[in-house]
Design a protein around this ligand. Structure first.
Ligand code: HEM
Length: 391
């Protein structure tokens, strides 16, 4: 095996929105390869579709933070970031509020929020920044709406969420402080909802507290997980970038936005990527994967967007086709026990944003060359920092 000092630094080049060509070539031939992460840790990169599924679903790939040697004690609050039974228990409770029917019922509310943001963007005149006008605020408004957090409190936790999500630029201490402030706030919300339940996720989870046996502390952890999972959706920007790069696909979508927005959204999620990084997991046992032996304690990072380009799963995997009939589901929402709880809500936001923008602004176009779009590098979930558009 290659010794650590000979390993290459990952990412091989600064991330600017496209999948690394060299890694794309390796998806089917060298699915498992060893690199050095930006923090200096050696890590296995996993690229092929089936191998990514194994990493995301096999319990030997643990979510313990690297360096931890044992799972949290039995008295630690159970949460979605755990493995095995404690995770499954919280997940069961969480899922009761994320039913397909409930998510579908949010459609008119999400459409209203998209309309309000697009109205304000148009009123502000062109060129406008699509990120600060729509892509950044929408998921925050939606996730607060479904959780039942008063809109008047948004300004209070913008900073906390920024602190949590941006560990790289703010440091771990601030992330810990921000998490505590957010937990205290959500604890107060639970007390308020218990006194006056409403039609929202917090109230549903509280209503089932007796049968679910989740403590208040665990419900707060669950709400933090949903907030943090739901506040950033960057695929509307990466999707528009891909559409502007493929004018024939954009023309098709413009001609029939209502009909094609759903399949275009799936293809955008399969084809585009918002970051070079993904969650790093730690081996809880030895395993053979892609012809390599991965040992207990090793770090592993599956990159779902390379799995999404596996020619053994998708014909012409590197072709962007908004009418693609999906065979296997893409891996952008993960796979297995931690599959994204908010997938339907996330997809809905991208779909309604694209359809609304293209319907209301038929001449929508980038206001700067696409290769000059600035990318954020301060967090795992990077995305386009600002996207000036005109119409
Ligand atoms: C396009 C938008 C979204 C994408 C691409 C996305 C992606 C993902 C991925 C890849 C995972 C699995 C992570 C892992 O295996 O560690 C995940 C988990 C999760 N997502 Fe999303 N997500 C999106 C939107 C949302 C929304 C809108 C919500 C909430 C309203 C949400 C809540 C969650 C939660 C709570 C989990 C953890 C599930 C668990 O651990 O059991 N996500 N998401």
């Amino acid at each position: 095996m290659t010794v650590a000092s000979e390993l290459r630094q990952y990412p091989f080049q600064p991330f600017t929105g496209d999948l690394d060509e060299e890694l794309l070539q390796m998806v089917e031939t060298d699915s498992v390869t060893r690199v050095i992460l930006p923090d200096g840790r050696p890590c296995w990169l996993v690229l092929g579709y089936e191998d990514c599924c194994t990493v995301l679903a096999d319990p030997r790939f643990s979510r313990l933070i690297s360096g931890e040697t044992a799972a949290p004690g039995a008295d630690a609050p159970r949460s979605l970031v755990m493995d095995g039974a404690p995770h499954a228990c919280v997940r069961r409770v969480a899922s009761r509020a994320f039913t397909a029917r409930r998510m579908d019922s949010y459609r008119p509310r999400v459409q209203r929020l998209v309309d309000q943001l697009v109205d304000a963007m148009i009123a502000g005149g062109k060129p406008a920044d699509l990120v600060s006008g729509l892509v950044a605020p929408l998921p925050m408004l939606v996730v607060c709406d479904v959780l039942g957090i008063p809109a008047s409190d948004h300004h209070r936790f913008y900073g906390w969420l920024e602190g949590i999500n941006s560990v790289v630029s703010y440091g771990l201490a601030q992330a810990v402080d921000s998490q505590q402030a957010l937990r205290d706030y959500l604890g107060e919300q639970l007390v308020a909802k218990r006194a006056a339940p409403a039609d929202d996720l917090l109230s549903i989870w509280l209503g089932e507290q007796q049968s679910s046996a989740l403590t208040d502390e665990e419900l707060v952890e669950l709400a933090v997980g949903v907030l943090v999972g739901g506040i950033e959706i960057n695929s509307t920007s990466t999707g528009l970038r891909a559409l502007f790069q493929h004018p024939e696909q954009l023309d098709k979508l413009r001609a029939e936005p209502e009909k094609l927005a759903a399949s275009a959204t799936d293809e955008i999620l399969r084809y585009t990527t918002v970051s070079a990084m993904f969650r790093v997991v730690v081996m809880a046992g030895d395993i053979e994967l892609g012809g390599e032996t991965i040992r207990a304690g090793d770090s592993v990072m599956a990159l779902p967007w390379f799995g999404n380009r596996d020619g053994r799963i998708y014909p012409d995997p590197n072709v962007f086709d908004i009418e693609r009939v999906p065979g296997s589901p893409h891996l952008t929402f993960g796979f297995g026990p931690h599959y994204c709880l908010g997938a339907a809500l996330g997809k809905m936001q991208i779909e309604l944003s694209l359809a609304t923008l293209l319907r209301r602004l038929p001449n929508l176009a980038p206001a700067i060359p696409l290769d000059e779009l600035p990318w954020r590098h301060d967090r795992i979930n990077c995305g386009i920092a600002s996207f000036p558009v005109t119409w």
